[in-house]
Ligand binder design. Structure first.
Ligand SMILES: Cc1cn([C@H]2C[C@H](O)[C@@H](COP(=O)(O)OP(=O)(O)O[C@H]3O[C@H](C)C(=O)[C@H](O)[C@H]3O)O2)c(=O)[nH]c1=O
Length: 188
């Protein structure tokens, strides 16, 4: 497992799932306010990111306890996803669905607050639960949104055993209805 990677604008720590990183943005303060860099192709290429940024999404979540996910896209639209927290605090979960991965079907959960983010490699599902009202995330994707290629895991799937921190306050109909993983699920 590579060690942490540092630059003047970021530092990145490897997560237990190969190719996933927790990223800390370094905020430059001065008397006017502050500046942070959200992304740079050289730094993210050093973490394994491939291709250009094809799409950027902004997720605004009114209530604490809101749960979104767990979502992933099937090949050929499986994607690198860089999820960064702009406001608030979220319990962020990445599930390894890569059939050949030593951490297949394992997940890692990390808290993200402002100036923190997570880089998620292709073949992983992503979801989060907000810990505070008004939590906002920005997503950078290296593949376009393809609804026909999108799939979901159920947040309470017994094969995943994810310990969500709060009672769920808001969740979409669709996210409540994802089927459980088949007991012989072979992965992606
Ligand atoms: C993701 C996406 C959605 N949409 C449309 C589809 C729906 O009409 C509406 C809300 O979509 P959805 O309920 O899928 O949004 P989230 O539940 O926040 O999904 C996201 O949250 C989880 C945690 C993720 O990791 C994914 O990036 C993403 O799937 O926006 C678009 O038009 N473009 C898009 O890229």
């Amino acid at each position: 497992m590579p060690n942490r990677i540092d630059s003047p604008q970021f530092n990145a720590e490897p997560l237990p799932l190969t190719g996933a990183w927790k990223i800390q943005r370094k905020r430059r303060h001065d008397e006017r306010g502050s500046l942070t860099r959200l992304y740079s192709d050289s730094f993210f290429a050093s973490l394994g990111w491939v291709g250009s940024i094809v799409q950027i999404n902004h997720s605004v979540n009114t209530q604490a306890g809101t749960l979104r996910g767990l979502h992933f896209q099937l090949a050929p639209y499986s994607e690198f996803k860089y999820v960064l927290c702009l406001r608030g605090n979220v319990f962020d979960v990445v599930v390894d669905l890569r059939s050949k991965s030593p951490t297949f079907l394992q997940h890692c959960a990390i808290d993200l607050e402002d100036d923190q983010g997570v880089l998620i490699p292709p073949g992983c599902a992503h979801g989060f639960q907000t810990r505070v009202d008004g939590s906002e995330l920005i997503y950078l994707h290296n593949q376009p949104y393809q609804p026909d290629a999108e799939r979901g895991l159920h947040y309470a799937d017994p094969q995943l055993q994810i310990a969500w921190p709060l009672p769920i306050s808001q969740i979409s109909e669709r996210d409540q209805q994802h089927p459980p993983l088949a007991s012989d699920f072979k992965g992606l």
